[in-house]
Design a protein around this ligand. Sequence first.
Ligand code: ADP
Length: 439
Amino acid sequence: MRKKLNIQLMGIAILSMFLTMMLLLIVYYELFQQQVLDELKTVTRLMGSIENLTEYSVSDYQTKFENLRITLLDENGNVIYDSDVNAEELDNHAKRPEISAAYEDGEAYAIRKSDTLAQNTFYYAILLDNGGVLRVAKEARSIFSVFASSVPSLIFIALSLTLLCMVLAHFLTKSLMRPIDSMAKDIDHMREVETYSELEPFIETINRQHEDIIKSAKLRQEFTANVSHELKTPLTVISGYSELIENGMTTEEDTLRFSKEIHRNSTRLLTLINDILRLSELDSGEQSLPFENVDLYEVADNCISMLQMNAEKHNVTLHLYGQHTLIKANRQMLEEMLYNLCDNGIRYNEPGGKVEVSLKENDKNIILMISDTGIGISPENQERVFERFYRVDKSRSKKTGGTGLGLAIVKHIAEQLNAKLLVDSELGKGTTITILFEK
Ligand code: ADP
C-alpha cells in the first residue's frame, strides 16, 4: 500500500508537470508569434506610409532592420522589386494568400513553414496608394525549434522536480502511514496515537475487538483455574479414602462410609465434567442443532415428571399452568434449560415450598416463567449467578449436587434460542425466572 501510494503520487506529479510544461510552451510560442507579427506590422506600415515608395527608399530600411525581405508588387501582383531575389526571376504573386488578401482588405498577414523545419516565415502585406502592394517578410524560429532549444533546460527542470516530488511523496506517504504504523506497534495504546478522523471508525472497531479478545482470554484463564480447582476437591477425597481402604487399616463400618464418600464424589466429578463439556460445546458453537416445532407445555410436563422424586425428597411441590403452545426451537436445549431452572427452584427452596411453571403468550412473545417460594437471590447477586462457578451459598450448592454451571448453561442456551432472560427475586420470598421467546 505504501509503495502503491508513493507511485501514484509520483505519477500524478510527473503527469501534471509534463502537461504544464507543454501548455506553457504553446502559450509562450503564441505570444512569441504575436510579437513577431506586431513588429512586422509596424515596420511595414512605416514603410508603406512613404510617398512614392521605390526600391531605394526600401533598401534604406533594410539596413536599419536586419533579416527583412522586402517585396514590392504592382497592382497586378507582378514583382517589381525583391530584396533577396532578382525580381525578374519571380512569378506573379497575386495568388499568395497574404497578397490577395491585401488587395482586397488593405492589410493581411500569413505564416508559412520555411524549407527547414526549424524556421517559419512571417509575412505582412499592405496595399499602397498607387494600387501596388508592399510585403515585408521575416524568418523566425518555429515552435519545434523553440522546443528543441529548450529541451536541455526542460529535462533539467523535469529531473529536479521529479526528485523534489520523490522526496515530498516519500515524506507525505510516511506521514500518512505514521499513525497506522504506531498503532500496529502498540495496539494497547492505540487510542493515544494522533490520527486523522477517517481512521477513527477503523480504530474503534479494532479497539473493541482487541478488548473483547483480552476479556475472553481472561475469562478463559479464570475458567481453567476454576475447573482445575473444582476437579481437585472430589479427586482429593476419592484418592484419600481409597488409599485408606487400600492399606487395610479401616474397620468394616469405615470402609462402607468411605466407599459412600468415594461414590458421592465420583458422581460429583461426573456431573462437573458433563457440565464443563456441555459449556465448551455451547461455546464452540459448532453444532448448529436443528430447530423444530416443539410443544413447550409438553416439554415442561416431562421435566416436572422427571423432577418429581427430587422434589418429594426436598418436600417441594411442582405445578404447571398454561396450555399447549408450539414454538420453533431445539427440543434438547429447551429441555436442558427448563430442567436446570426447575432443579434450582427445588434445591434452593424451603421445605413445604413450591415451584410453579407457567406458560403464557402475548402478541410478541411466548412467556415461560419458573417461580419458586425459596430463599431468593439478593439484588447484587442477581446478575452474577449467571457467571460460571458463581454460587451465593457454596456449601448448599455442593450439598444439593450443584456445579455452579447450571445458570451459565441456561444463559448460553437462551442466547442461542434468541430468548431473553429476566430475573425477579426477593430474599426469603422466592425467585422468578422469566424467559421471553420471540414469536
Ligand atoms: P448451582 O449448580 O450451584 O445451582 P447455578 O449456576 O445453577 O449453580 O446457580 C448459581 C447460583 O445461583 C447457585 O449457587 C445459587 O446460589 C443461586 N441460585 C440459582 N437459582 C436459584 C434460585 N431459584 N433461588 C435462589 N438461589 C438460586
